[in-house]
Design a protein around this ligand. Structure first.
Ligand code: SF4
Ligand code: SF4
Length: 115
């Protein structure tokens, strides 16, 4: 499953550069699928909706850093463990039960993000 950042986040910024998928954003910053990935053109999100990779979306959180579930692969294919959780000083990067995914599904997502 994807990782999420809880409201315990102290906004230190340590996790953001560690993410291989550029799935982590500072609070209040708009996100896009194309940021830090090789995505171009139409892309189908996990909820089935089709968007453009360059579209910018409203921030998921304004007060703390946040993770875009559609871009988080739990670091599968890159690292042994979620890098955000590994560096977070307050352990607020935790599994997001809203997004149950198998390792195969996470690897498939990773392959789509980085062609
Ligand atoms: Fe990024 Fe990995 Fe954290 Fe997901 S688990 S947000 S891919 S660093
Ligand atoms: Fe927040 Fe942890 Fe990321 Fe720092 S490393 S910005 S505390 S989630």
């Amino acid at each position: 499953m994807a990782i999420k950042i809880t409201d315990e986040c102290i906004n230190c910024g340590a996790c953001e550069p560690e993410c291989p998928n550029n799935a982590i954003y500072e609070g209040g910053v708009e996100w896009a699928l194309a940021d830090g990935t090789s995505l171009k053109g139409a892309f189908t999100l996990m909820d089935g909706s089709v968007v453009n990779s360059d579209d910018r979306f409203a921030p998921i959180s304004v007060d703390t850093y946040y993770i875009v579930p559609n871009k988080c692969t739990e670091c599968q294919g890159f690292h042994e463990e979620p890098q955000c959780a590994a560096v977070c000083p307050v352990d607020c990067c935790v599994p997001d039960e809203m997004y149950e995914e198998t390792v195969e599904q996470l690897m498939e997502k990773k392959e789509k993000l980085h062609l």
